[in-house]
Design a protein around this ligand. Structure first.
Ligand code: TYD
Length: 411
């Protein structure tokens, strides 16, 4: 592992500063969502090194794998999770009522996936425009009556839809893009006067506090704090007026912003989140370096714990974070996942096949590690046939524990 060798080339992708500090190097890793069709395939590996900018505190990877390589055949369908669709439905209904939306309004979503969010606006007769490069997802959305621009959101799409949108959504997008400043600039142009931007993105504070090292992978170029993200918004002419905490993806923020000059009172939530970030030490590189040290210790502890589980050991959730977890702590025998496009393929680490979740009850491995720990409640419900027969379903995060009884540690 040659971490540090490339250091001279490190430049903050958000503000351009060369004052970039190493947080943790996780070695050369395959793309976390790069599932294999054949276990003999050798995935391409890329360095995975987390750094923080000492000037603007943006936390980021040193290396950007080209988006077309990462997202070309992205087997992720948001509607696969009832947690995601439930949260999306609630948000769409709430904003439709609060903003008095109806026919004549346009809602545009950047990264619209399979229409898991826009479908709820379309149902109310509101014009819904999706933008997403994944063709398979756009086809599913079309079946729900949602038109999708099958492309990356950028200046061209922004020109086409300039000034039309009452609401722009961008959920779990701003962590992935190479150039978030250009995206935010395009979004500001798409908003009509009085329009609202609603962004959801994983939040750096729970990642740090719970030592969530498995959410670090190439598809996540950025790990946002409100402070660092707010700076980018200001530069793009967007003004943050409110922020909410969400349990999704291990702890996310929902950020509301309006175009500069649109006015709007800043809610107290913005100050509260900022204070929490300062208490976590995100306004100094030292807080992040400490996180890097804790990651190394956590990997050693989990590796020992994993070795102590009686075989065979299954996993649940062929999530990107599952690939990263198993790559660090050692493989399981196979992984259960309900996504049809994943079943029958292999994780890009450890020769691990992906099977239908029914296999858990059929084979009753004594232990199963919940890799998609962000969906613990939903998956625990679905796996109750396994646990009620004596199968042990373990989460790893924040500490190893049985999912039903989170304080248990194996002997
Ligand atoms: P996801 O949360 O998207 O994590 P990541 O961002 O790390 O990829 O992945 C969750 C995975 O778990 C996905 O492959 C679908 C799967 N899953 C199930 O198999 N059953 C379920 O009930 C849920 C909620 C998810």
């Amino acid at each position: 592992m040659a971490c540090g060798d490339c250091k001279d080339a490190w430049i903050c992708g958000a503000c351009g500063s060369p004052r970039v500090e190493s947080v943790v190097c996780l070695g050369d890793q395959p793309l976390a969502n790069g599932l294999l069709d054949d276990p003999d395939q050798t995935p391409v590996r890329y360095p995975l090194h987390l750094v923080a900018c000492s000037s603007c505190f943006a936390v980021q990877l040193t290396r950007q794998v080209p988006p077309a390589v990462m997202f070309g055949a992205y087997p992720y369908f948001s509607s696969q999770s009832a947690t995601m669709t439930g949260s999306a439905r609630e948000l769409a209904r709430r904003l439709t009522a609060e903003r008095d939306l109806g026919t004549g309004d346009v809602v545009l979503e950047v990264g619209s996936n399979d229409g898991y969010l826009l479908r709820w606006y379309a149902e109310e007769g509101i014009e819904a425009v999706g933008v997403d490069p994944a063709r398979e997802c756009a086809e599913v959305a079309a079946g729900l009556g949602i038109g999708t621009v099958v492309d990356y959101f950028g200046p061209q799409v922004a020109d086409e839809y300039a000034g039309v949108a009452s609401i722009v959504h961008a959920n779990n997008v701003l962590a992935h893009v190479p150039d978030p400043a250009t995206i935010l600039d395009g979004i500001r142009r798409v908003l009509r006067p009085g329009g609202l931007l609603v962004i959801e993105t994983p939040w750096l504070v729970p990642m740090i506090n719970q030592t969530q090292f498995d959410v670090i992978y190439h598809e996540h170029r950025w790990y946002w704090s409100l402070a660092a993200f707010g700076r980018l918004c200001t530069e793009a002419g967007l003004y943050i007026i409110d922020v909410e905490r969400l349990p999704l993806h291990g702890g996310s923020l929902r950020i509301f912003a309006v175009p500069d000059g649109a006015g709007g009172e800043i809610r107290s939530s913005v100050g509260m989140i900022t204070a929490l970030e300062q208490a976590t030490g995100l306004d100094s590189p030292a807080g992040l370096v400490d996180f890097g040290e804790r990651v190394k210790t956590r990997i050693i502890e989990l590796t020992q714990w994993r070795k102590g589980l009686a075989a065979p050991v299954a996993g649940y959730g062929a999530a990107a974070k599952g690939t990263m977890m198993l790559s660090q702590i050692g493989p399981v025998d196979w992984v259960a996942d309900s996504t049809p496009a994943k079943i029958g393929r292999w994780l890009p680490v450890g020769d691990i096949p992906i099977r239908d979740p029914r296999t858990l009850v059929d084979e009753m491995p004594p232990n199963c590690v919940l890799l998609a720990w962000n969906f613990a409640d939903e998956i625990a419900g679905k796996a109750s046939g396994y646990t009620s027969r004596g199968g042990a379903l373990w989460t790893t995060t924040p500490v190893p524990a049985l999912v039903e009884a989170r304080n248990a540690i194996p002997a």
